[in-house]
Design a protein around this ligand. Structure first.
Ligand code: ZN
Length: 344
């Protein structure tokens, strides 16, 4: 079992890992439509933001450069820990319209606690040669950022690769030639239904470094236990917002359920502060409530895993149960388990 607990020392305070960074929409739309969660879910006093979309949202960017602090703009407490990724996902199709220097400047201006380096995600449609170029370019960008970075914020190098060897070699190369506080594995979203492949890539990254390991874009309800089992320290997710938009209700231990499938119920099966006191009809009409509940569901899944680990219960036994209902994730977990056992 590779699950681990660490503490990240940040200038705003200590952050206990493993941790989920909820993705904030700030910059993506005219206003941030992420409902309040900082302060209501204690372990989520954190947020993942997109450096590029904030930089490109002119009115907001003007306010920020005029002296409005980012956390005030987001309406969150000053000690909220912010991970600013480069926004590389937007480069999947379009051209790169930034440089490592520019992105670092913006991340500094945002007073982010963790910086993700500029990267070019891979695409399933791209040819091998094009993807190789992207992997190489991302590595160059990361090293450039390493040369330019100074200060207290953590610098996390974004890493890509569609096979375990590329991921491993990349991390080793970056470790040798740059200064990074950790690594973040990207390009997982396009292949996320291939659980086996994703597990192998994560395991390659985990065994290549002992430093902090983040996985971009896979912090949903089903992936979370797998990531924790594989020793991932942090992950981010917008699944709680997307699911709510599709009227999908996340149930810890199970997965998403379309609300229309349970219409005749009076109360939902969750005791969180959102659902505990309110009937289904009420929650169905309230997208903010649904989004908040979905985030509670992600918190519950994480807390449950931690409980199993802390109470010295058998995590593999728990995961056998957890993945029982879904043959695809079950097979992926079985493969991961075999690989993990081979390591010991
Ligand atoms: Zn709930």
């Amino acid at each position: 079992m590779l699950y681990r607990r660490r503490t990240l020392d940040l200038s705003r305070g200590a952050l206990e890992t493993p941790v989920l960074f909820p993705v904030r929409n700030i910059g993506k739309r005219s206003s941030d439509n992420t409902p309040e969660y900082v302060g209501t879910i204690p372990e989520f006093s954190v947020a993942m933001i997109n450096t590029r979309s904030i930089r490109n949202r002119e009115p907001m960017w003007n306010r920020l450069t005029d002296g409005v602090p980012l956390r005030k703009e987001m309406d969150v407490p000053e000690d909220t820990i912010v991970f600013a990724d480069s926004g590389g996902f937007d480069f999947s199709s379009g051209d790169v319209d930034t440089t490592p220097a520019q992105t670092l400047d913006t991340q500094r201006q945002l007073d982010a606690d963790i910086y993700g380096t500029v990267d070019l995600p891979l695409s399933r449609e791209n040819r091998d040669a094009e993807n190789d170029r992207r992997v190489e370019q991302s590595t160059k960008y990361a090293l450039e950022a390493s040369d330019l970075h100074d200060g207290d914020s953590l610098l996390i190098a974004s890493v890509h690769g569609y096979d375990p060897q590329t991921v491993r070699n990349n991390i080793r190369y970056l470790e040798k030639n740059g200064h990074f506080d950790g690594y973040a594995l990207g390009s997982m979203v396009p292949i996320r239904t291939d659980y086996k492949k994703v597990s192998k890539l994560i395991l390659a990254a985990r065994t290549a470094t002992d430093k902090h390991l983040h996985v971009y874009g896979l912090g949903g309800l089903v992936y979370q236990p797998l990531l924790l089992y594989l020793g991932v320290d942090s992950f981010d997710s917008s699944a709680f917002i997307r699911s709510a938009g599709n009227r999908n209700y996340l149930v810890p231990g199970f997965g998403g359920e379309a609300l229309r499938n349970v219409e005749s119920m009076e109360y939902l099966p969750c005791p969180c502060p959102v659902c505990g006191q309110r009937c289904l009809d009420d929650i169905r009409e309230d997208r903010t409530a649904l989004t908040q509940h979905n985030l509670w569901a992600l918190a519950t899944e994480l807390r449950r895993f931690r409980y199993v680990a802390e109470s010295d219960r058998d995590i593999e036994e728990y995961l056998d149960l957890r993945f029982q209902g879904n043959p695809v994730t079950q097979r992926a977990y079985e493969t991961a388990k075999q690989q993990v056992r081979r390591l010991s």
